[in-house]
Design a protein around this ligand. Structure first.
Ligand code: DGJ
Length: 540
């Protein structure tokens, strides 16, 4: 009898393993959970604690050798690494995947995942990574032109030849990934192009573009506008309503004569181009695909900044025109982190940050982003430039975030997580979470720390997860949190423990009920300390 059960169990196990292989459960994918989207890797929710390489590092496997251990030291779990079209297809139709394969093998050795950056037709507006056989054949691969018809080193998206050449290379890349990595899934996402954006005018004036600008607005976009009339982003609404909600005519007839119309027009055609590439790539190997944007500097007009990339003001065009792109992502080199994060999460439930300036305070922003925006990716740019990986605040932060990832992904669909950034100038921030109203301040606001006298305070940040009516996990650096019951009375701490998650189990270490919580008055994580506190409260 016992033997029978064992045999049956083995058969069932075998069948389910087979099934898992057939449906490829381990394929990296985006999964909708409630209102939010999760990235699943190796069949479980995954948060990218990433780092993007400087542009040229990945062009030499040898140069990369000492970088891998640095990344490991910072607990980076995903490296954003370029794939350069010019090096991958140096002669038309002749492909070389040596650099990519080497990156994949090195990543595997270090137990790190990769997100690939397809430096194809465009890299920061320009076409600097197009192969020489593309760059030198302007007739076959036409360029964008400015108002005076001066050609730019920017491939125009109004050329079938440009699209075809890029698409063929991208499909080869996808096919290669399927063969080389289709079982191990080291590569978990692809960025299709890099910071697309039109310069030096809001649109290109090449012949193809001029023709398209005079033609009627494509039906696909018009249908999107009509079907989503009540839910359009305010910028789209403004430009369409401003001209009386026209539904037929060319771009200026429908949206009026303005730079905003030109940017929308450009965004639409960039989107269609990228969509075709991403769609073809996914057909070969269905990885999550995203596209990043260079955020426009305040006060600049379209054409003065790299225009028409997946920016908030033209996001409706991108969503309608490029459904094969799963996520549109901001690159943060702009100080107003909250402002742009809010804009990107108007029309998306999760924030994906492929690049953020690697500077002091980036650690605090990571806590804030994962706590406040259902963030699925965070990644300082040129992360390998650090000389002291073991002392990097972002490494200490990732060490904490790695531990709370299971909690973050378990609770992020419920209204159970908050994130905060604290500066010298920010006033106390309040939030209702579970049974309590929480007040969050910078640690130096207590006034008794020596550092509080410094003219400049480090930016600090925290995320708070409410796991039971009277229970919280607090992870971050440099904050003080007080609690009051939502209903009535006062809050007291039963316990505040500092500890860690080991194999997903909470292991308390220090009990913090004396000076560390000011004798039961607050939860505090000092500046320069990165840690997790488990907090249990009662009210009286
Ligand atoms: C954003 C780009 O996407 C990166 O490739 C790099 O050029 C950085 N800017 C440099 O700051």
């Amino acid at each position: 009898m016992k033997k029978y059960f064992i045999v049956t169990a083995i058969i069932i196990l075998g069948i389910s393993t087979l099934k898992a292989q057939n449906t490829d459960q381990n394929m990296p994918r985006l999964v909708k959970k409630g209102q939010s989207v999760q990235l699943w890797v190796d069949n479980k929710p995954f948060l990218i604690l990433g780092g993007e390489l400087g542009n040229s590092s990945a062009s030499s496997a040898d140069y990369m050798k000492p970088i891998w251990p640095k990344l490991k030291k910072m607990d980076v779990n995903t490296v954003f690494t370029p794939v350069y079209w010019e090096l991958m297809e140096p002669a038309e139709g002749k492909f070389n995947f040596r650099l990519l394969d080497d990156a994949i093998l090195s990543a595997r050795k270090n137990n790190i995942k990769l997100a690939l950056l397809w430096f194809g037709s465009w890299k920061n507006s320009m076409s600097c990574y197009a192969p020489a056989w593309v760059k030198t054949n302007i007739l076959r691969f036409p360029r964008a032109e400015d108002k005076n018809n001066v050609k730019q080193e920017i491939l125009t998206p109004f050329s079938k030849n440009n699209l075809l050449a890029d698409k063929q290379a991208f499909v080869k890349l996808s096919e290669h990934l399927k063969t080389f990595d289709g079982k191990m899934h080291t590569v978990i996402a692809i960025q299709v192009e890099n910071e697309i954006g039109m310069l030096p005018n809001a649109r290109t004036y090449d012949a193809g573009a001029n023709r398209a600008f005079r033609q009627t607005v494509p039906q696909l976009l018009l249908n999107y506008l009509k079907n989503n009339k009540d839910n359009l982003l305010p910028e789209t609404k403004a430009i369409w309503a401003g001209n009386g909600y026209q539904t037929s005519g060319n771009w200026e007839e429908i949206f009026g004569k303005s730079l905003a119309t030109e940017e929308l027009f450009m965004a639409w055609y960039y989107a269609r181009y990228v969509n075709e590439i991403a769609q073809a790539g996914k057909k070969a190997y269905n990885l999550p695909m995203y596209l990043n944007a260079a955020l426009n500097a305040p006060g600049k007009k379209p054409g003065e900044y790299p225009s028409a990339g997946p920016l908030p003001q033209v996001m409706d065009a991108w969503k309608a025109g490029a459904p094969a792109i799963d996520i549109f992502a901001p690159d943060f080199y702009n100080p107003d982190f909250k402002h742009w994060s809010d804009l990107y999460t108007r029309s998306a439930s999760s924030l994906f940050i492929p690049e953020i300036r690697f500077e002091p305070g980036v650690d605090a922003k990571a806590f804030f982003a994962f706590g406040n925006y259902n963030c699925i990716s965070f990644s300082p740019f040129s992360i390998e430039s650090t000389q002291k990986p073991e002392a990097e605040p972002i490494g200490k932060t990732y060490h904490i975030l790695k531990q709370v990832t299971p909690l973050l992904t378990r609770y992020n669909h419920a209204d159970a997580i908050r994130g905060f950034l604290c500066n010298k100038d920010s006033s106390a921030q309040k939030t209702t979470l579970g049974n309590y109203v929480l007040t969050i301040t910078h640690e130096y606001k207590l006034g008794w720390e020596v550092g509080a006298k410094n003219p400049v305070w480090p930016q600090t940040g925290v995320l708070i997860i409410n796991t039971a009516p009277n229970e919280y996990y607090v992870a971050g650096t440099g904050v003080v949190i007080t609690f009051e019951p939502v209903l009535k009375g006062r809050a007291g701490f039963l316990s505040i423990d500092e500890g860690s998650f080991i194999n997903d189990q909470w292991v308390p270490r220090r009990r913090m009920n004396g000076d560390q919580d000011h004798q039961g008055r607050h939860v505090r994580i000092p500046v320069d300390e990165y840690s997790i506190r488990h907090v249990k409260l009662y009210s009286y």
